[in-house]
Design a protein around this ligand. Structure first.
Ligand SMILES: Cc1ncc(COP(=O)(O)O)c(C=O)c1O
Length: 253
């Protein structure tokens, strides 16, 4: 990490000092295939208008309009004040990974080894991108139920793989249907990205449906599931979120 940062800083300074060198530095061609996130574009506009004194109600980025719980803020301040400001283990501190493992066991009855199966990142976007990079490459297809969070296809394209959009219907509550999933699986399918509850539709796949989707995937054991459950604690209906399947740790990232 330190070395990578140092290299980046050096390249930037050399380019700044010797502008004639800059045109020879080329960018990975994959980058030019990536579309600008419309969410980020709109958010930029929101910030611009707010800075100009306008009152703006922002409905773009997935950010609550209330502060984090007091206990979280206090724990953060305490950690800083007690000197926890240096690098941790790259995969996250053992104390945190153990707490996550216990929490998952309590809420979902799953067993994940904090030593080998839990990795803490700087956010869901980083986790999702690294999972895609770790699993997918050129020639692979990645199933993405629509409507989808716009970053997914771009992450897949950056990995050199092909996003395959799987439609869902308004009349079916934008829920992924097992038969539709099945018809989109090919020999090249590497994984399914399942965002549950879904951004942007808000659809919550109930446990019974997830088990049916799992049934379809049992017929394709080479297809992994990358589950993005970032919104799992923001469910306001009676639909309880899934205890995961017992074998989930073998197939879920
Ligand atoms: C479905 C989904 N996954 C991941 C993210 C990004 O999460 P983070 O801010 O933790 O990187 C978002 C943010 O909008 C999201 O909607």
């Amino acid at each position: 990490m330190q070395v990578a940062l140092l290299v980046c800083v050096c390249v930037a300074s050399v380019a700044a000092l010797l502008p004639s060198l800059a045109p020879t530095i080329t960018i990975n061609p994959l980058v030019s295939t990536i579309k600008m996130s419309s969410t980020v574009q709109i958010f930029g506009k929101v910030k611009e208008l707010q800075a100009a004194g306008e009152k703006v109600t922002s409905l773009c980025v997935g950010e609550p309009d209330f502060p984090p719980p007091k206990a979280v803020l206090k724990a953060t301040v305490d950690a800083v004040n007690s000197g926890q400001t240096t690098y941790t283990a790259v995969q996250g501190t053992m104390a945190l990974r153990t707490a996550i493992s216990k929490d998952l066991h309590r809420r979902k009855d799953t067993q994940y080894d904090p030593n080998t199966e839990i990795l803490v990142s700087n956010g869901a976007k980083q986790s999702m991108y690294q999972a895609v990079l770790a699993l997918c490459g050129p020639g692979d297809e990645v199933l993405i139920p629509s409507p989808y969070w716009p970053s997914y296809p771009e992450m897949v394209a950056l990995a050199g793989a092909t996003p395959v959009i799987v439609p869902t219907k308004l009349e079916e509550g934008f829920l992924l249907q097992p038969d539709v999933l099945e018809t989109h699986i090919t020999d090249r399918t590497k994984c399914l990205i399942l965002c549950n509850p879904s951004n942007p539709s808000g659809a919550v796949h109930p446990e019974s449906l997830l088990r049916k989707l799992g049934g379809v995937l049992e017929g394709s054991p080479n297809v992994a599931v990358i589950a993005d459950e970032i919104y799992e604690r923001l469910v306001y209906s009676e639909c309880p979120l899934t205890p995961q399947a017992p074998q989930a740790s073998q197939t879920h990232v």
